[in-house]
Design a protein around this ligand. Sequence first.
Ligand code: G
Ligand code: MN
Length: 400
Amino acid sequence: MMDAGQETDACAETLNGVGILVVDDEDMPRRAMARVLARAGATVVQAANGTEAIAALGNPSFDAVLCDVRMPGLDGMAILRAVRERDLDVAVILITGAPDIRSAVQAVKLGAFDYLGKPYESSGLKEVVRRAATTARLARAKRQAMASVGRDATEAGDRASLELAFDRALKTLWMAYQPIVDRDGNLYGFEALMRTREPTLPHPGAVLDAAERLGRLQELGRRTRDLAGSDVAELDRSVALFLNLHSSDLEDESLWSKDSAFAKLGPRVVLEVTERASLDRVRDARASVSFLRDRGFRIAVDDLGAGYAGLTAFTQLEPDIAKLDMSIVRDVDRDDRRGRIIRAMTTLCHDLEVLVVAEGVETIAERDVLLDLGCDLFQGYLIAKPAPPFPGLKWPLRGN
Ligand code: G
Ligand code: MN
């Protein structure tokens, strides 16, 4: 670490109490900048390269990091990423002698607070730093407030932190499997459900939201298919693999193109498409579905009965399997109305030669009524919770 400039000037108080790290490999401009900021009341630490900067970041009291973009070794962009791994809130201002639009756009996307060109006016510099520090403090206060009321405060705040969290989620992604059994309790298949060890994206919904915000849904889809595809090699060929698709996966050629490794698994795989999402925005949805059929995939409509979406997904997909949403399965033994709805849906599905899966079966009483109503397949905590591949089975006897 270089010298810590602690000089203050009684006249200028605009940056009193603000902690700043200045990173630049060139001594002169770094010292000049540190001097301007220290005179305005800031506490300034200087670093002459990426390694020093990262060591300095162990000190949690920085409100802002000012960082030169072009440096040998770790450059400004790399430092920006490293900062975000350690501190979600500190504001980063990138500085360059040769500003260009592309790097400016990239910097802001990665969560830089601002981008300064050289030469800068010292009044402009102080103003940017003041706004940056205030913003960082606000972000920190908000996080503390959320933590104090028990909300998850580690949620990634900006794009750079979200990218990092999503990268870690992808790296630690694994698939849990939940069995689906037939009316006799024999194993019919497993539904693959994504899980991650990334604490800021703790459930599949959060991972999907992040993927959507970052435009990385198809990358996530490919990763889950790679994982499930290699797990399925361990599985008896007669057992089906049920896998959730996002509607945007239908636009990804690697799902259905002839030479994709996953497409070769077609006859063993049931692709679940949720009724909650509209297929209207998917380019050539019908064509993709027909390619998938050519490869032997079967299609399931997931979460049937969960939305008010009508049956558009049903008519567009012509599914082989319908999965009744657990919200209409719940308490079916105590609610005649639900029973009548399920009987009607099951009868109609059977007319169309569609198999019916009851999802979220939790009690023996629910299962017994669902058997009477004609459901073909059963999934839920009663049989087994999702678990690492491949859990043992327990099918409680009828009437137990
Ligand atoms: O929408 P989809 O069918 O893919 O959702 C399956 C989810 O439902 C999984 O996250 C799984 O953990 C959960 N789940 C599976 N079985 C049950 C159950 O019996 N009860 C409840 N409450 N949740 C279940
Ligand atoms: Mn599903």
